[in-house]
Design a protein around this ligand. Structure first.
Ligand SMILES: [Cu+2]
Length: 126
C-alpha cells in the first residue's frame, strides 16, 4: 500500500522527466544531419535519364549513376564533380550543393556519334 500512496508524487516526477527528455530529443533532432536523398540516374547512348536533376541548396543528396551499355562519364565542371559510369555497376556521388543555379553535366568519355549531345543539367534552388 505504501507505494500506492506515493503514486502522485512519482507521477509528478515522471512528468518532469518527460519534459526533460522531450527537450533532449528536440536538441538532437536539430543537431542531427539531414537524411540523404538518393537520385538515381540511368546512363546510356546518348542520354542521361533523367537529364534534369532538381536539388535544393544545402540538401545532402546521393547521385546514384549506372550505365546500361558502356563506359560513359558524368562531369559537372562547375560543381567539381566527375566520375566514370560503368555498365552494371552503381557509382554513387555524394554532394551538398552550396550554391543555387544551373550546372550543366555531360558525358566526357567518347561513346559514339551522339556523344556531343549527351548532357543534362543540375538545377539547384534556394
Ligand atoms: Cu557517353
Amino acid at each position: 500500500m505504501r507505494h500506492l500512496l506515493q503514486w502522485p508524487a512519482l507521477c509528478a516526477g515522471g512528468g518532469l522527466l518527460a519534459v526533460g527528455a522531450v527537450g533532449i530529443v528536440a536538441v538532437a533532432a536539430v543537431a542531427a544531419p539531414a537524411a540523404e536523398r538518393t537520385v538515381s540516374v540511368t546512363v546510356m547512348k546518348f542520354e542521361f535519364i533523367p537529364d534534369t536533376i532538381n536539388l535544393k541548396k544545402g540538401e545532402p543528396v546521393v547521385v546514384d549513376l549506372s550505365s546500361l551499355d558502356r563506359r560513359h562519364g558524368f562531369n559537372v565542371p562547375e560543381l567539381g564533380l566527375r566520375t566514370d559510369v560503368l555498365p552494371d555497376e552503381s557509382v554513387k556521388i555524394r554532394l551538398v550543393p552550396d550554391k543555387a543555379g544551373r550546372f550543366l553535366f555531360r558525358c566526357d568519355n567518347f561513346c559514339g556519334d551522339g556523344h556531343e549531345d549527351m548532357q543534362g543539367v543540375i538545377v539547384v534552388s534556394e
